[in-house]
Ligand binder design. Structure first.
Ligand code: ATP
Ligand code: MG
Length: 326
């Protein structure tokens, strides 16, 4: 299958009190055209940083220090700047920010922000744009007229998430990136938002990336899963195979910790230990070794490479496959 987005050898650095440190290290991954890819991992694993890189939107003084991100029909977004970059953001690439990054402007109505978006992208027919936004909003169970007249504080969390999706899609994006689309929503709004994502993805033939720390969310939504830990991609593959036969100890631990997948609250165990941040992640060897039950001497010395071990499956681990996954 063709890749709509191709990330190669991406390294992203942030400045810390210990100097510049990588939040993402040499990450290579493709988003296959027309598929939903789920990017999972605990808090701090570098998911948002990888996703933001796709819009070349890593906040300064953070920076992409290595690698490329080829987007079909756009080129390498890491090389874009100025007007060309603004055209891609919200244009070919629709992006719904993680709530904490707050992309909505509290001082302007949603409708005003929609017009700003249209002007920034040289949309000639703004009335048509408003019409399309209302239609999208209505389809998402929102009252389009009311929402466009509202300020963000007048909307509930679930409504805001849906407004974010409307604004991300109104300019006919081909690639949709959703960062934690359901975090902070109650279960009912969660499943409503996921239904909308599924439907719009299918209807528009999008290539979609869903970023979440919740394995349960993407296990039902995504065609493929990409697992991150400590700024590294440690495993990826088709969702069903990866869930049935996880090949990295971290993926296994994540699955065990997710009651919704194991179907058993009693056996769902929290992952022991805490995820590392930029300053505490091991700088040599395997990033997961300090929490890994299978850790061996080599894991402290050599970083395992992300390698194919079966068709369409990759993992970064020195341990022998246990047999359960083969
Ligand atoms: P979460 O589930 O909390 O959203 P995440 O997987 O999206 O986590 P990132 O937000 O990409 O993780 O952060 C990766 C690492 O980079 C974390 O250790 C985080 O503390 C650090 N980090 C994120 N943004 C910055 C920044 N602007 N400056 C410095 N460090 C940062
Ligand atoms: Mg994040």
């Amino acid at each position: 299958t063709a890749a709509e987005v191709s990330v190669s050898g991406l390294t992203v650095l942030y400045s810390t009190d210990q100097g510049e440190l990588p939040a993402v290290s040499r990450a290579s991954v493709d988003l296959p055209t027309g598929k939903i890819t789920g990017l999972v991992g605990e808090s701090g694993s570098g998911k948002s940083t990888l996703a933001l890189s796709m819009m070349n939107a890593v906040p300064a003084p953070g920076r992409i220090s290595e690698g490329s991100i080829e987007v079909n029909g756009v080129g390498d977004v890491t090389k874009l700047e100025g007007k060309a970059l603004r055209r891609v953001r919200g244009g070919a690439l629709g992006y719904v920010f993680q709530a904490s990054q707050n992309s909505l402007n509290p001082l302007k109505t949603i409708g005003k922000q929609l017009l700003d978006l249209g002007r920034a992208h040289d949309v000639k027919d703004l009335r048509e744009l408003v019409h399309r936004a209302k239609e999208l909003a209505d389809r998402m169970g929102l009252d389009g007229d009311r929402v466009l007249d509202s300020y963000q504080h007048e909307l509930s969390g679930g409504m805001r998430q849906r407004v974010g999706i409307v604004l991300a899609l109104v300019l006919n994006a081909k690639v949709l990136v959703l960062d934690e689309p359901t975090t902070a929503l109650d279960m009912l709004s969660q499943s409503a938002v996921l239904d909308i994502v599924r439907t719009v993805h299918r209807e528009r033939g999008l290539t979609t990336l869903v970023v979440t720390h919740d394995m349960g969310v993407v296990s039902e939504l995504a065609d493929r899963l990409v697992v991150m830990y400590g700024g590294r991609i440690v495993e990826d593959g088709p969702t069903t195979e990866l869930l049935q036969h996880p090949a990295h100890p971290y993926t296994r631990a994540l699955i065990t910790a997710t009651a919704r997948i194991t179907g058993d609250t009693a056996t769902a165990r929290a992952l022991p230990g805490r995820p590392p941040d930029l300053t505490t992640v091991p700088r040599t060897g395997c990033v997961f070794r300090e929490r890994c039950a299978l850790a061996m001497d080599v894991c402290a010395e050599t970083e395992p490479e992300l390698l194919a071990w079966a068709p369409d499956r990759r993992r970064a681990c020195h341990a022998e496959p246990t047999g359960a996954e083969a």
